[in-house]
Write a protein that binds this ligand. Structure first.
Ligand SMILES: [Zn+2]
Ligand SMILES: [Zn+2]
Length: 344
């Protein structure tokens, strides 16, 4: 079977994706093997290739969906032929951090993963994930391409939950990529006034077409624009759906006194912010961070997609088979594509 693995090149920084031939995995006790039908390419997959990603081990492909092709001994509730979304990271739900509501900080969360990764014709879902509710069955009629948005949308659902938005809030979403636009779509439906910024005109036009909110070029005076539409006050909330320092600063400068800034994008390791902390204190601004999703969030995302599949499905602009993975990476890196989905 074809599978994308990351390899290093001597003397060069970063990791290169290579389409390799591997044996189809067989399920151990409690495992499932899934035949992949679609797997979204995430910004964090690109960061892993650039050697910038700081949050977990460099396995690529975690937005995968497909059909169960083999069932391990002792698995209950799943059969060959089931159409599923398997969550790649699943916490234990029992430790101190899990019980405190910080499930994605659980020591086990990043340790569980799809094997050898989601960009693979077949992959194994470990018993750990299967037995802890990490595998969801897809509703009849939900296209695999739409279902591949469950994982990224689940992360957005969690971040919105942590940000406690009130309806009528003015929200700046910094970054009009797929996850920024997902936030914008969730928040505008919840009654917020959304302003969305990006450096890419293509992405802003796409966000506009999707009616995600009012768009503004990230190179203009974003904080000024936000203040202009809020009577000089600033936004109640800023979601930073980008790991760039510029976007984080834009978020901090655009929120009102007592406002909240959510860091959603993964900053490259070593990112240092040139920001006067006294401003943070004196304006009582709150910084929230959100990493990953729990099963509660992926289930909620599945429900949102069951109801609004066409709307969110429009985020997918490019599709490539595994054999053309390099082109998928190019399209996703260029800033012109919204969501890129890889198929077998
Ligand atoms: Zn992702
Ligand atoms: Zn835990």
């Amino acid at each position: 079977m074809k599978s994308v693995l990351l390899t290093s090149r001597p003397g060069q920084h970063g990791l290169w994706p290579e389409v390799s031939e591997l044996d189809v995995p067989s399920p151990g006790p409690g495992d499932l093997v899934v035949r992949m039908s679609a797997c979204g390419l995430c910004g964090t997959d690109l960061e892993k290739m650039r050697g910038e990603y700081t949050a977990s081990l460099p396995v690529v492909g975690h937005e995968a969906v497909g059909t169960v092709s083999a069932v391990g001994r002792g698995v209950k509730g799943f059969a060959e032929g089931d159409r599923v979304f398997p969550h790649h990271h699943v916490p234990d739900y029992t430790c101190y951090l899990c019980r405190a509501g910080n499930e994605t900080m659980c020591d086990h969360y990043r340790g569980s993963n799809l094997d050898p990764g989601g960009f693979s014709e077949y992959f194994r879902v470990p018993a750990w994930n299967v037995s802890r509710g990490g595998v969801l069955k897809l509703p009849r009629g939900m296209p695999f391409e739409v279902a591949s948005l469950i994982e990224p949308l689940g992360c957005c659902v969690r971040s919105v939950r942590k940000c406690r938005p009130a309806s009528r809030d003015t929200v700046l979403v910094a970054g009009a990529g797929p996850v920024g636009t997902m936030h914008a779509l969730l928040l505008s439906r919840a009654g917020a006034d959304v302003i969305i910024s990006d450096v890419s005109d293509e992405r802003l036009r796409a966000a506009e077409r999707l009616k995600a909110g009012k768009v503004v070029g990230a190179r203009s005076d974003v904080a000024g624009e936000v203040k202009a539409v809020t009577g000089g006050r600033g936004a109640d909330l800023a979601i930073v759906a980008s790991g760039s320092r510029g976007a984080i600063l834009q978020g901090l400068r655009s929120v009102r006194k007592g406002g909240r800034v959510c860091l959603f994008g993964v900053p490259p390791s070593g990112s240092v912010l040139d920001y006067d902390i006294s401003e943070l204190y004196n304006a009582e601004r709150e910084i929230i961070t959100s990493y990953g999703a729990t099963e509660e969030d992926t289930k909620r995302a599945l429900k949102v997609l069951a109801a609004r599949g066409r709307e969110f499905g429009a985020l997918v602009t490019h599709r490539f088979p595994l054999s053309r993975f390099g082109e998928a990476v190019e399209a996703a890196s260029g800033g012109k594509a919204m969501k890129v989905v890889v198929t077998p």
